[in-house]
Design a protein around this ligand. Structure first.
Ligand code: UGA
Length: 433
């Protein structure tokens, strides 16, 4: 089939390349000129394992094209995926839907044939209905159907999650034809026996919001328990292992540490609260405010642990920060707990050097006043304290003896509970969490 993917960021570029892998002919629309130029050369403008190879293969095979032209998009095919961002509005909790809205405003008047618009972006409940109404107003003698097909991929596992997702969800309006088209698009996934839930658009939108809210809640739950463990001298990792064996609880997403960040969970729980408020159901989601509070407190607490570890003041202290991305296998620093902690520590008078295997350039762009190193050893040179804030494999597998002669003081703070405490202690390090 001929498919168009509008917005070639983390979500769109992955979706476009995976749809080409399924044998579809795909046109990606990207308005950012730098990103477009890279994509045209078969380069991925961000780090996602496996994606550069997949994207290049399909650009070269001619099954995947990119453009910035809505005219080209309008005449390419009949199915359009919306994969643009829905960031948090400045100064508000709600999602900013300007990019989603502008897809409808720009695309629909250009359509000269019937079309199906499948939204993938994370949107507040009611958005599909609003966009469908607007598309109806803008359509010129053509029928434009809007349906919602939320995405559940994780950065770092984006290809795997797109090609072999846990489930497919489609929200369509009564009498719509989206289900038949979607079944054809995702035939290889459905043939694997993947659950395919077809529902109304409001439910599909809420499935996505609820899934992310649940994941965020799970992380804040274990981080709240971590606070109690710290006070009681208990081990939250052992506790997570023990409760995680209960299949009703499950061990995944019970890793305590400096909490969740990124371009999804933080802004999605806030947008969910904001939307519930608009619907008169604010009370139902007040617990998410506490989920957010627990999460933010983890960052502040990490700064306090660092200060205490350095004798009560960070003024003039050399701090090495290992990790800047919001999680490993990503160069994404949007709302990154690691960078947030690095920034706070610098504001308290420390000299901070950051090293991340992939996220240094993105970090430098938003935090130019921090120093950046090209390796762990360089970051730790003369450090008074080392903080591990993103659990990249190269940090988890660090040999503390290799750092012994480099640092000024052997103090390590394990912000992701990912180090072997006994190993660091036996190498002469004072270990904090
Ligand atoms: C998240 C969801 O996991 C995806 O299912 C969803 O599709 C995506 O948002 C989205 O809405 O687009 P992602 O933001 O890529 O995916 O990252 P996660 O793997 O969920 O991690 C989010 C944050 O939680 C990271 O900062 C990570 O370090 C933190 N985390 C995760 C923990 O602190 N503890 C854990 O046990 C797990």
């Amino acid at each position: 089939m001929r498919l168009t993917v509008i917005g070639m960021g983390y979500l769109g570029a992955t979706h476009a390349a995976c749809m080409a892998e399924f044998g579809h002919e795909v046109l990606g629309v990207e308005r950012n000129p730098d990103r477009l130029a890279k994509l045209k050369d078969g380069e991925v403008p961000f780090y996602e394992p496996g994606l550069p190879e997949l994207l290049k293969r399909h650009i070269d095979s001619g099954r995947l094209h990119v453009t910035d032209s809505y005219d080209a998009a309008a005449s390419w095919g009949e199915v359009f995926f919306i994969a643009v961002g829905t960031p948090q509005k400045r100064g508000e909790n709600a999602a900013d839907l300007c990019y989603v809205d502008s897809v409808i405003e720009e695309l629909v008047p250009l359509l000269e044939h019937d079309a199906l618009i499948l939204g993938k972006s994370t949107v507040p409940v009611g958005t599909a209905q609003r966009l469908a109404d607007r598309a109806n107003e803008l359509a010129k003698d053509v029928h434009v159907e809007v349906a919602w097909n939320p995405e559940f991929l994780r950065e770092g596992f984006a290809i795997q999650d797109t090609i072999h997702p846990d489930r497919l969800v489609l929200g369509q309006f009564a009498g719509g034809g989206a289900e038949a088209v979607t079944r054809e698009i995702y035939a290889p996934i459905i043939e694997e026996g993947t659950p395919f839930i077809v529902t109304d658009t409001a439910t599909a939108e809420l499935v996505k919001a609820s899934a992310n809210a649940f994941l965020a809640t799970k992380i804040s739950f274990i981080n709240a328990i971590a606070e109690v463990c710290s006070a009681a001298g208990a081990d939250v990792s052992a506790l997570a292992d023990a409760i995680g064996y209960d299949p009703r609880i499950g061990r995944k997403f019970l890793n305590a540490g400096i909490g969740f960040g990124g371009g999804c969970l933080p802004k999605d729980i806030r947008a969910f609260m904001a939307r519930a408020g608009e619907l008169g159901a604010a009370q139902a989601l007040t617990f998410l405010r506490e989920v957010d509070n627990v999460n933010m407190r983890r960052r502040t607490r990490m700064v306090e642990v660092a200060r205490e570890a350095c004798g009560g003041s960070l003024v003039g202290v050399n701090v090495a920060i290992l990790g800047a991305a919001f999680k490993p296998e990503s160069d994404d620093v949007r709302d990154s707990p690691a960078l947030n902690v690095a920034g706070q520590i610098q504001l308290q008078g420390a000299s901070v050097t950051v090293y991340d295997p992939k996220a240094n350039p993105n970090s430098r762009a938003i935090f130019p006043t921090l120093s950046y190193a090209e390796s762990t050893l360089e970051a730790c040179d003369h450090a008074d304290v080392v903080l591990v804030l993103t659990e990249w494999a190269e940090f988890r597998e660090l040999n503390p003896y290799d750092l012994n002669s480099v640092v000024r003081q052997r103090i390590v703070i394990d912000g992701r509970l990912c180090l072997d405490k006994a190993q660091w202690q036996s190498a002469g390090w004072t270990y904090f969490t």
